[in-house]
Ligand binder design. Structure first.
Ligand code: 2BA
Length: 94
């Protein structure tokens, strides 16, 4: 099993959640804040079988895109989604 930790910019979150629900992908949604820009984003925990990872990544990719944001003295490219995919030893539901 894999855990996808997906940090999604707030403007895309409703579309991402909808597409995950439509595809029967389970998710847990946490409110989060970027350390650098200090603006709101949303972190999703998505537990999936290994063979479902690519499909979930594509579903998210179809909904999100990066954009340039001006800061005080600079401009940064903020990813619409930043994904971290990690191995899970076990999932226990009690
Ligand atoms: P923020 O930390 O608010 O970062 C927003 C954007 O600012 C980043 O976009 C990046 O382009 C830039 N940035 C971040 N830290 C920087 C630094 N120390 N110096 C210069 N520029 C910097 P993304 O990389 O697409 O990240 C979007 C959001 O995803 C981040 O919001 C953060 O909440 C999360 N994130 C990205 N990479 C992460 C990581 N390695 N670990 C944890 N969270 C991460």
């Amino acid at each position: 099993m894999k855990l996808i930790i997906a940090i999604i910019q707030d403007e895309y979150i409703n579309k991402v959640i909808k597409v995950l629900m439509d595809n029967k992908i389970r998710t847990t949604k946490l409110s989060s804040t970027g350390g650098f820009l200090k603006s709101g984003n949303t972190t999703l925990f998505i537990g999936v079988k290994e063979n479902e990872v690519d499909r979930v990544v594509e579903l998210i990719r179809e909904q999100c895109k990066s954009k340039n944001v001006k800061t005080e003295n600079d401009e940064v490219t903020v990813g619409g989604a930043n994904l971290f995919i990690i191995d899970i030893d076990r999932h226990i539901k009690i």
